[in-house]
Design a protein around this ligand. Structure first.
Ligand SMILES: Cc1cc2nc3c(=O)[nH]c(=O)nc-3n(C[C@H](O)[C@H](O)[C@H](O)COP(=O)(O)OP(=O)(O)OC[C@H]3O[C@@H](n4cnc5c(N)ncnc54)[C@H](O)[C@@H]3O)c2cc1C
Length: 313
């Protein structure tokens, strides 16, 4: 791994940032560095990164806004890649929205509402990027990305293949898509409907209020576990008596049982340990093994085994 990473650093030249802290690029604000980090801010720079990575067997971690990601304390032994600000453009043409993968959902929600479009208001409460939202098929308030997503531009970081994928080929399901860890979403085309600006903005204000009243603040990554069919992970965790449960520097939110809050300067190992403990207690009290919604980077197979998930973001 070391040699391949050395060659990658050399090929990246001034784009490579070795041993760059990435835990702080996540909303949990815990976890260590990436062996190599790059943040290309132009198409030519991105092409250089893709050329440097393709053909190597270096692990890649695509970072969006880090709002659904737990990075191990030891960090990530590969290349972490985040798109620079210039990949955050939002272009609106009639009811069609072309958004760069770096655009944040709340910004897209407010922009489209201000243009008198309806159908994306739900996204105002999800603090992720368009790229992360496509990968996760993010959703809320009865809607999800799949409802309005038409197509995405995707670059395969290991083959260099760059192409457009129609939404019906993305296998979008509840918090699931066919986007693989080494596929980088570059932009998304979203189709909305004409509506009334005042009405859309009122809906946005209502969602913001609901979130403020029902969700905790602090360093968290939203829902920790997906909802099992016909039930809610939060209800099951609450019923297992886990609200307020503490594991070192991590705590199950006393306000919303499916949120974990990390202390400032806390450890990813504590967040992971608490997830495993909550999962055990819920299985004991209700027989349901919860499935994490959170994505993991830098953990070993053995560490993740207790959560029933594989390695890889
Ligand atoms: C307070 C709070 C509330 C939340 N509420 C909701 C909610 O209501 N509904 C919901 O669905 N989620 C919610 N989330 C979780 C999170 O915001 C979403 O999952 C979001 O889509 C993650 O986007 P991100 O850009 O932060 O992705 P990251 O956390 O950076 O990454 C998540 C996954 O997407 C991949 N990824 C990121 N960018 C790209 C890209 N450009 N191309 C390919 N893959 C990429 C990563 O590799 C990783 O596998 C919440 C989180 C917080 C902190």
């Amino acid at each position: 791994v070391g040699e391949a990473l050395d060659r990658l650093v050399e090929a990246l030249g001034d784009l490579a940032r070795p041993a760059h802290p990435i835990g702080e690029l996540t909303t949990y604000r815990v976890g260590g560095p990436a062996a190599v980090y790059a943040e290309p801010d132009t198409e030519p720079a991105l092409v250089r990164v893709v050329e440097a990575v393709s053909g190597t067997d270096v692990d890649v971690l695509v970072l969006g806004n880090g709002s659904n990601l737990l990075v191990a304390d030891r960090g990530f032994e590969g290349l972490a890649l985040k798109l620079g600000d210039s990949f955050s453009s939002i272009r609106i043409d009639g009811t069609t929205v072309a958004a760069g993968a770096g655009a944040l959902l709340p910004v897209v929600a407010r922009r489209t509402a201000a243009e008198g479009l309806t159908g994306f208001e739900w996204a105002v409460g999800v603090p992720g990027s368009i790229g992360g939202a496509v990968r996760m098929n993010a959703g809320g308030h009865g809607s999800e990305m799949a409802g309005s997503l038409r197509r995405v531009r995707v670059v395969d970081l290991h083959t260099g293949e760059d192409g457009v994928m129609e939404a019906d080929r993305l296998d979008l399901a509840y918090r699931h898509s066919a986007i693989a860890p080494d596929q980088l979403v570059l932009d998304a085309t979203i189709e909305l409907e004409h509506g009334e600006r005042a009405r859309a903005e009122q809906e946005i204000a209502g969602i913001v209020r609901w979130r403020r009243e029902n969700q905790p603040g602090g360093a968290n990554a939203g829902s920790v576990f997906t909802n099992p069919p016909d039930d809610s992970a939060g209800r099951l965790i609450d019923a297992a008596g886990c609200k307020g449960l503490r594991w070192g520097s991590a705590e199950v939110s006393p306000k919303h049982a499916n949120f974990i809050q990390a202390d400032a300067g806390g450890r990813a190992a504590d967040v992971l340990g608490l997830m495993a403990e909550v999962r055990r207690r819920v299985a004991e009290s209700s027989g349901v093994w919860l499935v994490p919604e959170t994505r993991f980077a830098g953990f070993t197979r053995a560490e993740l085994a207790e959560l029933g998930v594989g390695v890889g973001p």
